[in-house]
Design a protein around this ligand. Sequence first.
Ligand code: COS
Length: 386
Amino acid sequence: MPYELTDEQVMLRNTVRRLANEKIAPRASEIDRTGEYPYDILQLFRENDLMAVNFPPEYGGQGAGIISVCIIVEEVARVDASCSIIPANAELSFGPLLLAGTEEQKKKYLPRVVTGEIIGAFCLTEPEAGSDAGAISTRAVKQGNEWVINGRKCFTTNGGIADVYTVFARSVPDSKGIKGLSVFMVEKDTPGLIIGKRENKMGLRGSPTTEEFFEDCRVPLDNLVGNEGDGFRLAMLTLDRTRPVIGAQAVGIAQGACDYALQYAKQRVQFGQPIAKFQGIQWKLAEMFTLTEAARQLVYRAATVLDRLGPAIDRFPPEVSMLSAQCKLFASEVAMRVTTEAVQVLGGYGYMRDYPVERMMRDAKVTQIYEGTSEIQKIVIARALV
Ligand code: COS
């Protein structure tokens, strides 16, 4: 199934590209240096209705497809990967709610996510449950008309700034592994939700990542999303839908590095001519642009297939989960390789913080890790194959 952008999608891309160039690019280096959350850029996304473009129209969204989320995220990541998390996150954090929430739950949260009034955080990972997401030990126990949550989460994107936390916890007593996990919505001021340390990361420094402690954290019974025991499936289904968005982020980072390396190579003179005239540099650039375009094709193809199927599904066919994993695997590997090459094209200048390519290289690394490492993507792909 090929993909081709519609006129509307091209317009969206052009609009976001302009905003990214004019408003976000000039802030990128400072955001990376200070690590401060860019509330001004959050406001920019709010004002331009870019926070959750794929949410259904009945909740205020545009139902514009995962492909539109990919377009936005790619264009922003081209100039600043940290900021691209802002429009990327709604599909992940509110994914389980979109897939399995009651009408009442959806009405309560989704319209405010669309306007950007609230933002979310997806709390799956724990110190002992990363790639092995089924090993979650955070517990939720039913007491009267409440769930009481105890445990610890880590590496949570948007931790400390989110208004709502989507928490995976073991609610079925004596259950082990993937069975017995459930999803709960926990609002930020709920007593017993304690935000832990903010991580000091290699890249994506403008996007906060924290740990959370749940100490007798009580939420109403109504805050359970979907059925008890459905948590693992909802996590997997959500990740199937969001991995192309991370792929798009990786493509954006790679494209940003390609563009910068190209314009640098045209200007940088060594041995009496611009280095772009040397075949050694030309071959690097040719490979960088080709890999990036190949990654883009895979990402937008996966998004197109997912959009055709929509969210109202129990489980995607294995070949669709595979495609989602393939695009994330390939795009993130490409982002790492291309950004590393961009640093090489710039030579000593590439290694300096005064130039953006070293930031791009640091930012690219996490795309091989979060929402499932490259090795996990290979497991998903191999299982679909055999
Ligand atoms: N969609 C819906 N349900 C799924 C699913 C999917 N894509 N994949 C698995 N499931 C459900 C099914 O119920 C499945 O049972 P059946 O195969 O009998 O139907 C069940 O989960 C168990 O699946 P599996 O045996 O594949 O589970 P594993 O424990 O072996 O884990 C991996 C599979 C490794 C793929 C999974 O744990 C994973 O994706 N880990 C990475 C998590 C991650 O991305 N973490 C990053 C944090 S988010 S920032």
